[in-house]
Design a protein around this ligand. Sequence first.
Ligand code: ADP
Ligand code: 5GP
Length: 212
Amino acid sequence: MSSKRGLLFVISAPSGTGKTTLVERLVQILPNLRMSRSYTSRAIRAGEREGVDYHFISRTEFEAMIAANAFLEWADVFGNYYGTAAADVERMLTQGQDVVLVIDVQGARQVRQRGTDHTAVFVMPPTYPVLEKRLRGRSTDTEAALQRRLETARAEVSSYREYDYVVVNDDLEPTVVRLQEIIAAERSRVHRMTRVADAIVRTFFGDTPQQA
Ligand code: ADP
Ligand code: 5GP
């Protein structure tokens, strides 16, 4: 167990922007970064696995978790419940792991309102037509569901000012690099570096034998 607490990152983007693709790449590259596994009441899709993509639970079970105050944040997205279990995130942070929540705009607002220490990144598609093309390319939706995602996207893009960083997902790999840079910058903030920096400062004041 590490004595250093991990950092919490929140990533939001309109559906189809590529946030899942980006974060899956990020966690492959950064060994200390873990994606939080959300709970959802939506039906499991072909190819998805319980406990891997989500914890799939019933609406009743989800409502019981809401009543028990088990969620750091939760939201109704496209008619289904989605939420992040507070205990899961806390356990990983306490173990010293950095955690990324891939959540919608409503969920990100709740994390902010709770005053939880975190860094929030909004990912944008280069344009609306590109978003539509990506959603159609993914081809997991009916036309009606696709139109609903596009409508929600229109409402969500204007929220980018609520976030700490904005990243445009044009080409995938440069965008992954940009997200890595944000994580590195956050780790280097003065208030997170005091232990390391103070140890270095002490070497200037006789903490280690003088070098010749
Ligand atoms: P989200 O999680 O934001 O809903 P996905 O990660 O499922 O989005 O990506 C939506 C679609 O766009 C997928 O088919 C994915 O392969 C594709 N995609 C993601 N990022 C890019 C990119 N930078 N350039 C082109 N296609 C992308
Ligand atoms: P999907 O059903 O396509 O997997 O996800 C739909 C939307 O739900 C995405 O925009 C995603 O960001 C959001 N989402 C997934 N998990 C959570 C969660 O735990 N909390 C919130 N607020 N949104 C989530």
